[in-house]
Design a protein around this ligand. Structure first.
Ligand code: ATP
Ligand code: MG
Length: 434
């Protein structure tokens, strides 16, 4: 006898069998992965030509100039440098240049940068992650460069260079790295800095700018047509024939063009649209899948953004969330956010409460991130306030906040402002007498 309420468990065997029998969307899914190195880079000819021109002398053993590559995120800076490095290697038989690639958002301290260069050349973790004096590593590194690389060129690529330029000892290490050649006997180095922070040069020492910033290559953003060409080429490698419906590529390109012409975003959209079609066992990828993909990516982005925010910003958001829960019909005003934030921080040892001005800064940042809207409203002689609304539904936000350990407990807080037995008079909250 079957009961309507009978518990039905997920049948994983059936699921896999069905999946294997289902339509095959991807031919090579990896071609849309962030780590994939494309064999062609459409619409980067000018930049490739400039970098090739500056680095060609390395083929004859001469020293290329230090240079900086600028451009917004997803404009192909990293991909172009990697592409040129492969090409140079293909055209040299002897004395192949070395390329040491350092992602400064991961390897961000002067010590770790020197250790990374040293360890990469020697091919093992000879220099420990901490402990040695920096000048000792530096001296050893000079010896190693001459000994191991001899009279070849060593390119040092500092990707996301702004991450060290702003940090402690950043200017000093950059100065040392740009002047390595003065202390080398046979090997020659060339530094390539990459950044998407156009203003990062402001934080550099004039001595560093003079040896690093003379040659720079700017990467313009892609327009929708250019993104379409990039996607077209990649789609031919990634998808099975006739899987993509008409308009899919142009929609991905148009949506990414709106977001500052970011090729990474365009590729991500196309990949996600394919995965959604696969999830639903559809034979084709359609424009609806792209729209769904856009929605899911925005949600993923919001989750990552909120989880990565500083604790105080998370607490400001938690205050807004709590007000939205208990205060469904009423408007949320910035003054109330301030109150709830103080109540929350009072319960958290070691966490300071903030001034109204700081709370207001955090509110502005949440607006910029697209998590809330805040409309300024004049309150006559009482000044101005902000009317705040959440952009997503509270339950979605609640789930994200619940997954943050330090915030979890605060979610049980019942703001005194909205407790029925409390009343607010002149910005003080009192218990009501029954
Ligand atoms: N012209 C192009 N042709 C093919 N693929 C491209 C092109 N430009 C960028 N891409 C691809 O787009 C993605 C982002 O490019 P890349 O990582 O080079 O951007 P970036 O400028 O270094 O961005 P960020 O500043 O965020 O590091 C990569 O997957 C890359 O392969
Ligand atoms: Mg990059």
């Amino acid at each position: 006898m079957t009961n309507n309420n009978e518990y039905k468990s997920f049948n994983i065997d059936q699921f896999y069998k069905k999946y294997l029998k289902g339509p095959i969307i991807f031919k090579n899914r990896n071609a849309l992965a962030p780590s994939y190195i494309p064999v062609e880079l459409p619409h980067r000819d000018k930049e490739i030509e400039e970098i090739a021109g500056k680095t060609a002398c390395a083929l004859r053993g001469d020293t290329p100039p230090n240079m900086l590559c600028y451009g917004m995120t997803g404009t192909g800076k990293t991909a172009t440098i990697r592409y040129v490095s492969h090409k140079i290697a293909q055209h040299t038989k002897t004395n192949v240049p070395w390329w040491i690639y350092i992602n400064c958002s991961i390897i961000s301290t002067p010590y770790r940068i020197l250790a990374h260069i040293y360890n990469t050349i020697i091919g093992s973790e000879k220099i420990p992650p901490t402990g040695l004096p920096k000048d000792v590593i530096f001296k050893n590194l000079l010896g190693l460069l001459d000994y191991k690389i001899k009279d070849s060129i060593c390119f040092l690529v500092l990707d996301e260079i702004d991450m060290i330029a702003n940090g402690r000892g950043g200017n000093e290490i950059l100065y040392d790295l740009t002047r390595l050649n003065e202390n080398l006997d046979s090997c020659r180095t060339s530094l390539i800095g990459i950044s998407n922070k156009l203003k990062f040069k402001d934080s550099l020492d004039p001595r560093v700018i003079s040896s690093l910033g003379k040659d720079h290559i700017t990467f313009p953003v892609y327009n929708a047509k250019e993104l379409g060409d990039i996607l077209d080429k990649r789609a031919k490698i990634a998808f099975n024939d006739d899987v993509l419906k008409e308009g899919v590529i142009s929609l991905c390109a148009a949506l990414a063009a709106k977001e500052h012409g970011d090729a990474r975003k365009a590729l991500q959209l196309l990949r996600k649209a394919g995965e959604i079609a696969e999830r639903f066992q559809n034979k084709n990828v359609s424009r609806e899948h792209v729209n769904k993909a856009q929605f899911e990516l925005e949600r993923d982005h919001t989750i990552d953004y909120i989880k990565g925010m500083p604790l105080q910003a998370q607490l400001v958001l938690t205050s807004i969330y709590l007000l939205s829960l208990y205060n469904k019909n009423n408007v949320i005003i910035s003054g109330d956010v301030y109150e709830i934030h103080s109540e929350l921080t009072n319960k958290m040892p070691g966490v300071r409460s903030l001034t109204r001005r700081r709370i207001s800064d955090y509110i502005n940042n949440l607006v910029l991130a697209g998590i809330i809207t805040a409309e300024k409203k004049s309150m006559g002689k009482y000044g101005a306030t902000k009317i705040i609304k959440l952009c997503d539904d509270p339950s979605f936000l609640g789930k994200i906040l619940e997954s943050i350990d330090k915030i979890k407990e605060g979610l049980n807080h019942s703001p005194s402002l909205i407790q029925k037995n409390k009343i607010r008079i002149n910005n003080n909250v009192f218990r009501k007498l029954n």
